[in-house]
Ligand binder design. Structure first.
Ligand code: ADP
Length: 541
């Protein structure tokens, strides 16, 4: 946790730098520096004697204060604009609406500054003189700035965190509200006939209205921003806390210093206001770079993981293929010596010339049984390993027709067990006809083999979750839950040869076939009640 906070903290050098920049105007003031714009009184009577160019020059040189003001305000607006653009780019990367909403709040505050500049330069329509307009719109802009930031940040405190999940629509709605609010205030100021007095040059508090934003910024810097940072630590959130320092110093300059337009404290305040915009902008830039780096890193890690996965998959496939090849060769090559053993045992049994004791005959018949069983095992293993190497020929298959063929082939067993077979409506599926035949044949043969007295078997298919789910249900001997997975492993049987014949390969084959057809197989069963085997298949494309 501590480490998280350390990582999401602006560098100490940066914090110190901001504090020094904020304090330096005080120091420079003490050293006698003056940042005010001073112009000599205009002597109107002299104007007519001057040429047109000279007149323009005289008037032009009367405006350094206005130019400085316009430049400073415009720079602050550009920083706010850049911040909101950056906030939206980060939103695209992280999907978190917090930053763009706060960025939008900053931008709305910045647009108020832009308006103030345009109005002061008379570039937009207004009905008020600059002496009233600039100080009033300044203080309104500052209150708006502080309030909108408090609302913007406050939205995400406490339970407000839930707003984050509303995503883009919420972001757009809040942004629109902020812009409408900024526009409303701007339009009101521009068209007011009389604006209240905001400057009192002779008082200790020269701009009393500026006390309001001073308190608001102090509240934000001391309480709100730190709380927000603790809740959602980020470089941007930390930079917001730091930005409260220049904001407060700006207000101190205005409340206790500035007595006239474009004077020493007025210009310092305007300059520090830019610093207050630039600090969160830099925090956001660093956040943006970090988010980008993290994304690059996780993309690289994902790539590496994918490569590892692909190579282990290839290794697994190779070792599986090797095992299948081994099983195939072993079972194939075992057939020959097995045939020899069986035929010599048969010769021995049928040879009347060879005298065999009673015990010897018994042993001979055990040996014959053993070799017959081994033959079944070897053949089963061969079939199983052949499955791995054969091609899967996926095509449109009528599963109802396949079931009918299986039932015809199992006719003898069905008749022997007097089994009642019910077949529901079966669909066309995407499968390999031979494999589907083997799968159904194994399941139905088992349902007939592991039957109770009166065998009832129900075959049907249901469509859900974009797949066909086939089921073969019987009312046979069933099995306990603990065997439900085990029976699908090769050579796993629940009964001895003397109870039910078999080699324990059928269900392992079924599992392999279901997987090759892109589906799955599983069983639901209860001992003494019956079993239902399910397998899923894709529909026809
Ligand atoms: P085999 O039938 O040759 O033993 P299988 O792989 O087909 O091999 O089946 C494995 C085991 O699963 C069987 O030995 C049997 O115990 C159990 N089993 C399979 N199908 C059923 C069924 N329909 N009802 C009860 N048990 C079954």
């Amino acid at each position: 946790m501590q480490e998280e906070f350390t990582l999401k903290r602006m560098p100490t050098g940066f914090v110190l730098g901001v504090v020094i920049v904020c304090l330096s105007p005080f120091v420079l003031t003490l050293l006698g520096f003056d940042f005010g714009n001073h112009t000599q009184e205009l002597v109107w009577s002299e104007l007519p004697q001057l040429t047109a160019t000279e007149q323009t020059n005289v008037l032009f040189y009367r405006l350094p204060g206005a130019f400085t003001h316009a430049l400073l305000e415009w720079t602050a607006f550009c920083a706010a604009l850049f911040t909101v653009l950056l906030a939206f780019s980060q939103f695209r990367m992280s999907g978190d609406v917090t930053t763009p909403i706060i960025g939008m709040a900053l931008f709305c505050a910045g647009s108020m500054d832009a308006f103030q500049t345009l109005a002061a330069a008379h570039l937009i329509d207004d009905d008020v003189a600059n002496q009233d307009l600039i100080p009033f719109t300044w203080v309104i802009g500052r209150i708006f700035n502080a309030l909108i930031m408090i609302v913007g940040v406050g939205l995400f405190l406490g339970k407000g965190v839930q707003y984050r999940r509303f995503g883009t629509p919420f972001l757009l709605l809040v942004s629109l509200l902020f812009i409408l609010l900024a526009y409303g205030i701007i339009s009101y100021c521009a068209h007011s006939d009389i604006l209240p007095q905001t400057q009192y040059p002779d008082n200790f508090i020269t701009r009393p209205y500026d006390l309001i934003p001073l308190l608001l910024f102090a509240f934000a810097g001391l309480y709100l921003y730190p709380k927000f940072y603790r809740q959602q630590p980020s470089l941007f959130a930390h930079a917001l806390i730091i930005s409260a320092v220049p904001e407060v110093v700006v207000q101190l300059n205005m409340v206790f210093g500035s007595t006239a337009l474009f004077d020493h404290h007025f210009n310092i305040a305007h300059f520090l206001k830019i610093v207050a915009y630039v600090v969160p902008m830099l925090g956001l830039t660093l956040d943006y770079i970090r988010t980008y780096q993290e994304q690059q890193r996780s993309a690289a890690a994902l790539d590496e993981l994918n490569q590892k996965l692909a190579s282990s998959n290839a290794e697994l496939a190779a070792s599986n293929a090797e095992l299948e090849q081994f099983a195939y060769i072993a079972s194939h090559d075992l057939q020959e010596p097995l045939r020899t053993v069986t035929s010599f045992l048969q010769l021995l049994q049928s040879d009347t010339d060879t005298k065999v004791s009673q015990d010897g005959e018994k042993y001979l018949s055990f040996a014959m049984e053993g070799s017959a069983r081994m033959k079944c095992l070897v053949e089963g293993l061969l079939d199983f390993s052949r499955l791995g190497s054969s091609q899967t020929d996926l095509q449109r298959v009528d599963s109802a027709a396949v079931v009918q063929t299986v039932l015809q082939d199992l006719e003898v067993s069905i008749r022997d067990g007097a089994a009642q077979i019910e077949v529901g409506r079966l669909p066309m599926v995407q499968a390999d006809k031979n494999l589907l035949y083997q799968l159904l044949q194994n399941l139905l043969a088992n349902a007939l083999k592991y039957r109770a007295d009166q065998s009832k078997i129900h075959i049907k298919a249901e469509w859900f979750e974009e797949r066909w789910h086939f089921s073969v249900q019987d009312n046979g001997i069933g099995m306990e839950q603990k065997h439900h997975e085990r029976i699908f492993q090769i050579f796993q049987r629940l009964h001895g040869q003397n109870e039910y014949s078999g080699v324990g390969i059928g269900l392992a084959m079924c599992k392999k076939i279901a997987e090759r057809l892109g589906g799955q197989i599983w069983v639901e069963s209860e001992l003494g009640v019956g079993s239902t085997f399910f397998f899923s298949l894709a529909a026809v494309r």
